[in-house]
Design a protein around this ligand. Structure first.
Ligand code: SF4
Ligand code: SF4
Length: 252
């Protein structure tokens, strides 16, 4: 509190003037995530962590050079998902992650805490909640049973939940125990995960955005029938795009 800026063994003390976050999202490689559960999906996750660390640190240094205070953070220093949602990067999905308009849940999040004057963005809504009410794909594909197929609630289901928000609570402990860093099944199967590279994907996104609830079930069925959410074998990954680096690809 006050103007104290100090790190002790027990806590960080941050000046009250550092009261805004810059939220950052980093795309994870589409084909590598499609390998989940597998080592290529782990590589996509690790690559995202590497890029978010260097980018958040560089941005914080840039802000400090402008004369303001700035602290870069990955998973620490506050909950990245609510911060990113407040900043308008996406909506919360059934899988407990942010779902962004362009990359779906296939992102890693970071942030920079600062006292630099900024005009805040506002949350966005593009039909994710309504679609998730009909779609159970992530719950069906979760090998640990961490994702609920039920309704949104105000109460958490495990000690890893922060109760008091209307949402789908994910049992993080189950995910953590199973995961071993290789599982991204919930991202792999999510219909919002698809690259924005064809008229079909753009049409599906428009239907969802239009909140035509009667069509949501049809869209889920269409997605399953297309086979988009199935696991991609490692040898197929290398045949398809393994020669390319794991970076954002706007044209996909
Ligand atoms: S990462 Fe895997 S285990 Fe964890 S919630 Fe997603 S699908 Fe379930
Ligand atoms: S897989 Fe379906 S239910 Fe799960 S987050 Fe994506 S759209 Fe929502």
């Amino acid at each position: 509190m006050g103007d104290r800026f100090e790190q002790t063994e027990d806590a960080w003390y941050v000046p009250e003037s550092m009261n805004r976050f810059i939220a950052l999202a980093f795309e994870e490689d589409y084909c590598a995530i499609m390998n989940s559960p597998g080592r290529l999906a782990s590589a996509a996750t690790g690559n995202g962590y590497s890029r978010m660390a260097i980018t958040a640190s560089t941005l914080a240094e840039f802000i400090r050079n402008l004369g303001y205070r700035a602290i870069p953070a990955g998973n620490g220093f506050g909950l990245s998902i609510p911060i990113a949602i407040d900043a308008g990067l996406g909506e919360l999905g059934r899988l407990g992650l942010i779902v962004t308009p362009k990359y779906g849940p296939r992102v890693r999040l970071a942030k920079v805490l600062t006292d630099m004057p900024l005009v805040p963005d506002t949350p966005i809504s593009f039909g994710v909640t309504e679609f998730c009410e009909k779609c159970m794909l992530c719950a069906d594909e979760c090998p640990s049973g961490a994702i609920t197929g039920g309704e949104r609630t105000w109460e958490g289901t495990s000690r890893s939940n922060n109760a008091g928000t209307l949402k789908w609570y994910v049992e993080g402990v189950k995910c953590y125990d199973f995961n071993g860093f290789s599982c991204s099944n919930c991202k792999r199967c999510c219909p919002f995960n698809k690259p924005n590279n064809s008229w079909l994907h753009r049409m599906v996104r428009s239907v969802i955005k239009g909140r035509v609830k009667a069509l949501d079930n049809f869209m889920v069925t269409l997605d399953q029938a297309s086979g988009y959410g199935r696991q991609l074998q490692g040898n197929m990954f290398w045949r398809m795009n393994g020669s390319r680096s794991i970076t954002a690809r706007e044209k996909m």
